[in-house]
Design a protein around this ligand. Structure first.
Ligand SMILES: [Zn+2]
Length: 135
């Protein structure tokens, strides 16, 4: 991207792209190291695991590059991180003028992912699939 094409909208986009790692890094550091762990309100009130149960532990393991342990705590955290990083990198490519998108644009991919998230939420609360309820 040359300087002549750096419109006000692109400047805002660049600022957001540059700020995202700092904001996310600060949030991860704050929740993992500064704020004491708190129980999941869904689990506390209902006794059932929600899709997010185990996410903070999974994130903590990801930060320490223990990806297998992270998957065991909550595979949705890993899927979400991969998607988030993919979209972030794609935004940089688009910012620098690339027209090719490498992240899926088909809505069915995300509908199926939503169904997988929902199925995981249901299955991890069933005794037969107790191996999913590590959280
Ligand atoms: Zn939960």
């Amino acid at each position: 991207m040359n300087k002549a094409r750096l419109t006000k909208q692109n400047k805002i986009r660049l600022a957001v792209l540059l700020l995202i790692p700092f904001v996310l890094g600060g949030a991860v550091y704050t929740f993992l190291y500064l704020v004491p762990a708190f129980p999941c309100p869904v689990r506390h009130m209902t006794g059932f695991l929600c899709p997010g149960c185990g996410m903070s532990r999974a994130l903590g393991e990801m930060v320490h590059l223990h990806f297998f342990k992270s998957i065991l705590y909550n595979p949705l955290a890993v899927i979400s991180a991969v998607l988030g990083i993919g979209f972030y990198v794609q935004e940089w490519f688009l910012f620098f003028g690339s027209r090719k998108r490498f992240m899926p644009t088909n809505k069915w991919v995300y509908i199926i992912l939503g169904i997988i998230f929902l199925a995981y939420c249901i299955l991890r609360n069933m005794p037969v699939f107790s191996f999913l309820s590590i959280a």
